[in-house]
Design a protein around this ligand. Sequence first.
Ligand code: URA
Length: 212
Amino acid sequence: MRVLVADHPLIAHKLTVLRDKNTPSPIFRQLTEELVTLLAYEATREVRVQPVKIETPVTSTIGTGLCKPTPLVVPILRAGLGMLEGMTRLLPTAEVGFLGMARNEETLEAITYAERLPEDLTGRQVYVLDPMLATGATLIEAFKFLFDRGAADITCICLLAAPEGLAKLEAAHGDRDNVHIVLASIDEGLDENSYIVPGLGDAGDRLYGVVD
Ligand code: URA
C-alpha cells in the first residue's frame, strides 16, 4: 500500500477553509470539489493509457488515450458523493458505481446498506472517494468488496486521514502493491468518538446538513 500526501499550497489553503467551522455548506461543497480535482491529478498518475493515432489540422501524430475498460469511480455514500463532481471533471469518461456504507456509532463497524456496481470488476482500475479516513473500517470493507469482484487496483482519494485508520488499513491491505491512498493531510489522531482531530467535523453534515 502506498500513501501520498499531496503537498501544494493551494491544497493546504482550501483545506484550511474547509476545516473552519464557520464555512457554510455551499462554500464547503465547492471547495471539496476543487480539492478533489487537485488530488485527482495526483491520484490518476498511473491511469492506464495507450497510444492513439489522430489527425491534427497539420499532420497525423500519435497521442495518448485512456485504455478500455474505463476507470470506475466509486463514491462511498453519503459524504463521498460530495467528491464525485470534482473527480469526474478530470475523468469525464469514467463509469460511476456507488457503495453505501455507514458506521455503527456503537461498534464503529462498517455496514454496507446499498451497492450499485458491476458484478465483474476484472481488470478495472477503481477510484474510491471517501473524504474521511478515520478508523479505517469503511475502507477495509470497501476494498475487500471491490477486490472480491476482481478490481485490478484501487486508488482512494480522501481529504483527511487519522494515523490510527491508516495503520488499520495497512494491517488489512498493506501487503498489496495495488492499493494507493492519496490525501490532503494526515491529522493528529482520533477523539473519543472517533472523529478526526483537528479534522473538519462530520463531512456528510457539513456537505448536506444534519439528517436524523
Ligand atoms: N467521519 C467524519 O465525517 N468525520 C470524522 O472526523 C470522522 C469520520
